[in-house]
Structures are given as C-alpha cells and as structure tokens.
Ligand binder design. Structure first.
Ligand code: ARG
Length: 585
C-alpha cells in the first residue's frame, strides 16, 4: 500500500506539472499543528522563489489543478503559501479497512525489487567484554536488519569481530599464566580471560622478552601453527559464548553464521595491498604503505594517509576493512553495505569509502556509515563504573532486569513467581533497548534506570503496559459474555463519529509513514515516537468512548480500533524493535 504522504505527494506533483510544466517530487509532511489539518505542503514557497512568482498565487494555481477530493477536503492556503490538507472521513475509513486486511504488514509496503544489504554491526573484540558502546551498535544494527527485512530486502548481517593480530599473540604468549578455569559460567570465563588480557598488555609494555614472545606467537598464529591456532580458537569460543548469551538476552538475531571476523580476511590482505600498489594508488611513505585519497588533509594541511601496511609488514584495521568490502561486493553481491559504529570511526569509513571508489571496487554498491552518539552517566560524562572502567553490558542488563522485577512486584504482587520473572525480563531488557532507540541516534544520551523504567513517558514499560491494557479488553468482554473476536470478524461497515475515534484512526493509518521515515535514515526514534503517540491517542479514545458498553453496531468498529492499536504496538515493538510484549502486567 502507498503511504498517505505518497498518495498526496503524487497528486500535488501532478498539479505542479500542470501549472508549471515541471516534473518535481512534491514535499508533503504531516501537519505540525492539528489546526492546520493533517498534512501540509510547502512546495509553492520553494517553487515561487525559483520561478520568481508570488507564492500565494502559485499555491492557488496549484490548488485549482489539484485532483484530490477522493482523499482530502477542500485544500486551504495558509500564511505565505502553505497548502493545508485535511483527510476526508470516507478516506480514513477506507484506508483503515485496507489496513485491517493487511494483517501482516499493516500498510507497510515491500519493495518489488529485493536488494541485498550487508549490515556490519556489533563487532566485539576477542577477550573483551561487550560494553555499552557495543550495546548501541548491536541493537541499532539489529533494528536496521529488522526494518530492512520488513521492507523486503535480502539482509546479510555481518559480525566483524576483532579476532586477529598482535593482541591474539599476546594472549597466546601469556596463556601459560592463564589459570585453568573450571567455572561453567560463560561470563565468568570471559572475565578471567579479559583480566589475563589486561595483564598481557601491561607485560607487553614492561617486559621486552614478553613482547618478543608475543610477536613470535602472533607469527605462529599467522602461520597456522597447530597449538597457536588451538589456543586462539579457545579464546574465541570463550568470548563468543558470552556474546551469544547477550545477543539472546537482547533478542538480537546475530548468530555464529554471521561471524566473519578480521581473521577471515587474513589471506586476502596482501592482494589488497598489491592491487592498490599496481593501480598506482598505494605508495610507500616513511616505510609504510599508504593511500592518500583526495580531499583528506591532516591538521597541518598535509595529505592524510590511509595506512594499509606498517613498516614491519603488518596489515591494519584499514586493510582488513578493504578486504571485507571487496568480499561483500564480489562474493556476497551486496547492493548496499551499512556499517554501524560510533561516530569516532567516521573518518576511517569516509576514507575507506573513498579508497574503494577510486580503486574501482565500489562498483554500484551504496556504502553507508551509520553512526551513533555516546551513552553518558547521570553526570553527563561517558558511562563508566566508579573505578573508571567501561560498564559491562551483561551487568547493566542484569541490573535493569532486577529493577524491573521491583516494578512488577509493586504493580502486581499476586502474580505467580515465574510470570513475574518473565515480565521483569521483558520489561528490563525492553527498557534499556527502548531508551536507546527513543533517543536520536546521533546524539549522546544519559543512561538512567529510573527514567527508562518509569511507567509514564515514552518508555518500554509504558508501551508494554499500553499493549497489555488493550489486550485486556478482550478478556473483559469475555467476562461480560461478549465474543469480541466474533464481533470483529463480522464487522461490515466501519463507523467513526467521535473526534477521539478519528484521532486514533488517523494515527493507525500512518504506521507505514512512520516506518518509511524511520528506515530512510535508519532512525528508530521515529518508530518509538509514533508508537508513543499511538498509545496516547488510544488512551484518549478509551477515556472518551466506551467500547464494550457501546451499542453493538458501534462496538465492532471500536473493537477494530482497539485490535489494530494492539497489533501495531506488537508489530512495532516485537518485529521492528525486538522488544517483547506481555499480555498482562
Ligand atoms: N571491532 C570494532 C570495534 O570494536 C568494530 C568493527 C566495525 N566494523 C568494521 N567493519 N570495521 O570498534
């Protein structure tokens, strides 16, 4: 189904074509203030400037040609030349009944031509706990995958883990010191490994003979020496077991099949360097091999190097990313590659994309770097533990679940214990994810358990409660001897008359619009804002309009509004954001 904005835009574009002879795409947005109607176009303003015409007169001419009376009431011109549009109630009802029949997508259209999109996200490093920085990459990346699948793309998630290089050599070199660890808890195992790794890092700096041993181990690993490989596989497993546990906890769809870490590309790195050298793009500079892509300057104004091989022959993060990019384009046939990392890697990806372009490797593939801001503590500084360490993701999530348990305990002390646990988990994890999603992706945000677990405001518990509340109508109906499902299925004609019904209906039919805005710039906050607005309008409707006590012919229509509200909240939370819903709270 076309979104309402698409339908209206097309009509306006046609009218503009008739008036000016120009084929332009119309700009239509939801009205910011309901007094101005439902939708608004400011095309006349920009067009008038370009044509040196009077914007109001131009708007009048456009309206005169505008064929839109099957969708909107008579358009109005406001201010300097805005065109204000108000949906007709017939159109609202008709669109609503189409959504009712679109029981899987609620109006969201699948693209006809499925494109292949590689989404590179999460990317934890071996022997390190995931921390809050990985939280954002992991859940934003997962949401992007979910949105793309919803839109009909063929999505290939890639977990570009840091599992190669000198760090691995250090770990092997120190592993004689690594105590046998029989604790079966996977997070605990990773804890021990991480501590050993920190030790190795320190020793590497302090002790030249250990540094030598580490380099020797790195060499052994790179040459596939049996015992080195064996140890490396063990570190990798310990780390990935812990990561997988977190992915499951977070309802993130990553699994071992999605892992192509740095180690995967090792045999492709010298070809990257050679090909760039042969193309005359890579040159030796102070012993290292570098590409100097145009347009990048150091602070001092010199050409900025993209280093692909160090003086000692070692390859770098950049080299691996070039190899991965080639692999994704040539072997995975990506039409688009999306990298989800924090904003500090902005320059790296800008240079990577540029080098891929000048080398002719990019072909027609679209390359996108999706960045995000930092998670801050209540003091406004990057979230850290008291001792100044990164906050471990697992501990953060456990704490959220613990606090959510208290919320459930307060709200519904009589629930059976196992149900309380289950709800606490859905609410706690949901709260962390939702708080992240509801902030503008590119901004920093302050992490606050109290705020994210609040029952009012734009939070997961509020949305989960809203869902449970709508769902409870069916149960209440049963108690009153009303078969709501049957009434709904027998609904013939949608009847809307109260303003609160229209307000809710208009929000329901805008789901696909919110989706298309969210996916266009990979911004989940447009989904959360939409859902929050939906829940708010539902509340207003539910307060103003009796549902179960309404007359039978009106009741079925109101039940439909309830059902669609519940279904869309469920679809938004579960399918697009990966947040669990609960039937009661
Ligand atoms: N391992 C990296 C980190 O922890 C993230 C990897 C991002 N992906 C990539 N293709 N460079 O920062």
């Amino acid at each position: 189904m076309k979104t309402i904005i698409e339908l209206i835009s097309q009509r306006i574009a046609d009218a503009i074509q008739k008036v000016t002879g120009q084929n332009i795409s119309a700009i239509v947005t939801a009205a910011t203030d309901p007094r101005f109607g439902d939708y608004q176009s400011n095309n006349a303003l920009s067009l008038a400037k370009q044509l040196k015409a009077n914007p109001r007169q131009l708007a009048e001419k456009i309206i005169a040609e505008l064929m839109i009376d099957d969708i909107c009431q008579t358009p109005e011109i406001a201010g300097a030349g805005f065109i204000n549009l108000r949906l007709k109630s017939e159109f609202i009802k008709d669109y609503l009944s189409q959504i009712k029949n679109d029981t899987e997508n609620f109006g969201i259209e699948k693209s006809e031509k499925s494109k292949t999109v590689v989404v590179d996200f999460s990317g934890p490093n071996i022997a390190k706990q995931m921390h809050v920085g990985h939280l954002r990459s992991t859940i934003i990346g997962d949401c992007i995958c979910r949105m793309l699948s919803q839109a009909g793309s063929n999505v290939i998630p890639q977990n570009h883990i840091g599992d190669w290089g000198l760090q691995m050599g250090m770990l092997i070199a120190i592993s004689d010191d690594l105590k046998q660890n029989n604790n079966s808890d996977v997070q605990h195992k990773l804890d021990t490994l991480e501590n050993t790794y920190k030790l190795a890092n320190q020793k590497f700096k302090d002790d030249p003979s250990f540094a030598d041993k580490s380099r020797k181990s790195t060499y052994n690993l790179q040459n596939h020496e049996f015992s080195a490989i064996n140890q490396w596989q063990n570190f990798r497993k310990i780390t990935l077991d812990a990561c997988n546990e977190i992915y499951k906890y977070l309802s993130v769809g990553l699994n071992d099949d999605n892992i192509r870490g740095e180690s995967f590309y090792t045999d492709k790195l010298s070809a990257v360097v050679n090909d760039l050298k042969n193309a005359g793009l890579a040159v030796e500079s102070e012993g290292a091999v570098c590409v100097f892509p145009e347009g990048f300057k150091t602070k001092e104004g010199n050409p900025m190097p993209f280093i692909i091989q160090k003086t000692d022959g070692a390859f770098l993060y950049a080299t691996t990313d070039l190899a991965a990019l080639r692999f994704r384009i040539n072997e995975l046939h990506a039409d688009e590659i999306i990298y989800v990392t924090d904003a500090r890697q902005k320059l790296h990806f800008e240079m990577l994309f540029k080098v891929a372009e000048i080398a002719g490797w990019k072909k027609n593939t679209k390359l996108v770097h999706v960045t995000f801001g930092s998670v801050l503590g209540e003091d406004g500084k990057p979230l850290k533990t008291r001792s100044g360490e990164n906050v471990k993701l697992k501990e953060l999530l456990d704490e959220a679940v613990k606090r959510a348990k208290q919320v459930v305990e307060d709200k519904n002390p009589d629930l059976p214990e196992n149900e309380k646990e289950q709800i606490a988990r859905a609410v706690g994890i949901g709260a962390v994810k939702y708080a992240d999603y509801s902030n503008n992706r590119t901004s920093d945000y302050i992490f606050s358990f109290d705020k994210m677990l609040a029952m009012d405001g734009n939070t997961a518990p509020y949305m989960q409660y809203a869902y449970a509340r709508v769902k409870s109508i069916g149960r209440k109906g049963q108690e009153k001897g009303i078969d709501t499902a049957k009434e709904l299925s027998q609904l013939k004609e949608i009847i809307l008359s109260e303003p609160a019904e229209f307000e809710l209906a208009k929000q329901i039919i805008r789901y696909s619009e919110a989706f298309s805005i969210a996916i266009s710039d990979f911004k989940p906050n447009f989904l959360t804002a939409y859902l929050y607005d939906l829940a708010g309008r539902f509340s207003a409707f539910y307060n103003a309009c009796p549902v179960l006590d309404a007359e039978p012919n009106i009741r079925a229509s109101r039940l439909l509004l309830c059902e669609l509200t519940a279904q869309i909240i469920r679809h938004g939370l579960e399918n697009l954001l990966g947040i669990k819903i609960i039937d009661r709270m």
